[in-house]
Write a protein that binds this ligand. Structure first.
Ligand code: MG
Length: 309
């Protein structure tokens, strides 16, 4: 009997401990949910105040993601002819190029030549400036517009090998001519606000746009190198640089804001990266997935449709 009672006592004790445990779990959960709610409300409030600029960063591939450019890769067929291939098709065929012959639009493609990527390099910098003003827009364009109109910092990470300042110049032209939804007045209005936060002197509209573009980053990853066919490695290096940069910028902004007592602690940055080549997005995602403090969100835009990857 005593043993039985003793067991019951133990059971009761265990039961009490268990309820206490459940209760503490419940409170912990409630606290997390409340914190989350406060966070959510504050973030949406910041969103309404248009100050998300401080934490949202963007990164874009250029070809077939932002724009469909008329640039061709010059390949060789088995008869020695030059065959032009679009960047969309190249994203599909590039693992075969130079590895084994394959059929493309009635030609047996056997490989590349010295000038296969010439249109993507410094020789064609001027052509890039022309093409970017007249080419149709791609699936990530509206995100690009959002980034620019809000004055958010972005980077261009492209396999192209143009001079980096050429990419910057192209974006400057697009902003100045308010192309496809870009609103340079909105950008400037937001920059003035943003700049006030960062304690900058008052600048003219043009100076503001230029200094904004100086804050953004342009990585044509085959600039000065020769392996355009496999841009994954170069794109990862560029992203590593951009992430480091973003962390420095957001720490700096947080410090400024704290000094001015403006916004408290909502400066955890994140970066959205979009590319239409599944190999690039996959390599990028896998490389950063297990890194401490992964702030990268990846999007695939192949086939002209943007989706989370
Ligand atoms: Mg692309």
């Amino acid at each position: 009997m005593r043993i039985f009672n003793h067991k019951n006592e133990k059971k009761k004790e265990k039961g009490d401990k268990f309820s206490l445990f459940l209760l503490s779990l419940y409170h912990k959960h409630k606290k997390i949910m409340e914190d989350k709610q406060v966070m959510k409300e504050t973030i949406s409030e910041i969103g309404q105040n248009n100050s998300t600029t401080a934490m949202k960063y963007y990164s874009f591939d250029w070809d077939d993601n932002l724009m469909y450019m008329p640039t061709f890769i010059r390949l060789k067929d088995d008869k020695g002819n030059t065959v032009g291939m679009t960047t969309i098709d190249f994203a599909e065929y590039r693992t075969l190029v130079g590895k084994k012959p394959f059929n493309y639009k009635g030609h047996i493609i056997v490989g590349t030549s010295k000038d296969s990527y010439v249109e993507f390099g410094v020789t064609y910098d001027k052509q890039f400036l022309i093409d970017s003003m007249v080419s149709p827009i791609g699936p990530a364009w509206m995100d690009f517009v959002e980034a620019i109109n809000n004055g958010s910092i972005f980077s261009i990470i492209t396999a192209r090998g143009h001079t980096p300042s050429t990419l910057k110049k192209a974006v400057y032209q697009l902003i100045k001519s308010n192309k496809h939804g870009i609103d340079s007045n909105k950008l400037v209005k937001n920059l003035r606000r943003y700049r006030d936060l960062a304690d900058e002197d008052k600048l003219t509209k043009d100076q503001l746009i230029i200094s904004y573009l100086n804050l953004c980053r342009f990585y044509p990853v085959s600039y000065g190198v020769s392996s355009e066919a496999n841009p994954e490695e170069g794109k990862i290096k560029a992203m590593e640089n951009f992430i480091k940069y973003v962390k420095v910028v957001s720490k700096h902004l947080q410090k400024k804001a704290l000094m001015k007592n403006k916004i408290s602690n909502y400066f955890t940055p994140f970066i959205g990266f979009s590319d239409d080549d599944v190999r690039n997005v996959d390599t990028m995602k896998n490389h950063f997935r297990d890194k401490e403090e992964n702030i990268l969100q990846t999007y695939l835009t192949s086939g002209g449709i943007k989706r989370k990857y």
